[in-house]
Design a protein around this ligand. Structure first.
Ligand code: SAM
Length: 334
């Protein structure tokens, strides 16, 4: 069901007709966004922006990709609120969630739902509106749109259509967790959510032993399982930062070896509730040289020794965790 102030595309009585050009609202957004940008950006960036300073009302609108809080509503930046206020329409992952932020800030811009089930259809309508001169603000339920959230399709299509796309950056759980994990590195690997099960999950876990810190999102009902799988794959010494409920009342951040992560989570029943980011510390650089295939080593050893001994030796030779190899050895022995 659509909320009262949403833009309902199929209904002619919608508060904003996205097919129409909206020069007045677009002018307002342009002025406000560009003014606030000039206020906060230093040096040459001010001079390089390509904002529409003329009143060419036939020019296309702008797609603003707006980051919103990941918990604490006070984290909405003044520029994000201005963009939401001045846009002709806000495309939201869930309009009910975004309305909380809008209501708190007295913003009455019409909203439209854009989520994984309607993204293609709604993106088409929004592009039509953008081509006609309307400005669109894209938000997700929390953090930065497109990061494990819907929105990328609309943004991609806007690029293809020659529509200007402009970020209004702000909170993201990945950046917040990584920046507070304390793992020093030149980069990190953002892997989003691991596949829930099956060979896709095993394949993803196999790819995680990298020499960069690793940022994972996880749901509360799977966090214990994921910590166990990481332990099995990366060993007990590898450190992990568990970032829970960031910016919220029960925020917790613990950095500890993977071997202690399960006990930490189970120490308090509340600890397996809420939202999690796991930041896994970087693995050791692998020595250069021809790659060793753990399966081939195991296979060869199984010809001469029992599965447990084969797993032990293959683990020493290849650095693969012994229990992973032992399971494979048992499966082969069947
Ligand atoms: N687009 C968002 C961003 O920029 O962070 C992330 C959206 S993703 C669907 C939601 C996941 O982000 C959650 O399952 C959790 O892993 C992580 N997350 C979001 N808010 C969080 C918070 N306050 N504390 C810890 N993790 C959070």
């Amino acid at each position: 069901m659509l909320l009262r102030d949403q833009v309902d595309f199929p209904m002619p009585a919608a508060p904003v007709t996205l097919n129409d050009t909206q020069p007045v609202a677009a002018e307002k957004l342009r002025a406000q966004i560009l003014r606030s940008r000039a206020g906060v950006v230093h040096g040459s960036l001010n001079e390089t922006h390509t904002g529409r300073l003329t009143s060419d009302c036939m020019s296309p609108g702008i797609l603003y990709v707006v980051a919103t809080p990941i918990g604490n509503l006070a984290d909405a930046s003044p520029r994000a609120l201005e963009a939401l206020r001045a846009a002709d329409v806000i495309a939201c992952e869930d309009t009910r969630v975004t309305r909380t932020l809008l209501a708190r800030n007295g913003i009455e811009t019409p909203t439209v739902a854009l989520h994984q089930h309607n993204e293609r259809r709604v993106a088409e309508k929004l592009l039509h509106a953008l081509r006609g001169g309307s400005d669109v603000a894209l938000v997700s339920d929390a953090g930065t749109p497109g990061l494990s959230d819907p929105g990328a399709l609309l943004v991609e299509q806007a690029h293809h259509a020659g529509i200007r796309v402009s970020p209004v950056p702000g909170p993201s759980a990945a950046a917040a967790a990584f920046s507070t994990s304390g793992f020093a590195a030149a980069g990190f690997l953002f892997a989003g959510f691991l596949p829930a099960a099956g060979s896709a999950r095993r394949k993803a876990l196999d790819m995680l032993d990298v020499s960069w810190p690793l940022v994972l999102y996880e749901a509360p009902h799977r966090v214990l399982k994921t910590v166990e799988d990481l332990l099995e794959r990366l060993g007990p010494e590898r450190e992990v930062a568990i970032a829970r409920e960031l910016t919220k009342k029960f925020e917790e951040l613990a950095r500890l070896p993977l071997g202690e992560a399960r006990a930490w989570l189970e120490a308090d029943p509340h600890r397996v509730q809420g939202e999690f980011v796991l930041v896994v510390g970087p693995g050791k650089e692998k020595p250069a040289g021809p790659p060793i295939d753990p399966d081939a080593v195991l296979e060869a050893l199984l010809e001469v020794v029992a599965p447990s001994e084969a797993a032990r030796l293959a683990a020493r030779i290849t650095g693969t965790p012994k229990n992973v190899l032992y399971r494979k050895a048992l499966a082969r022995a069947k």
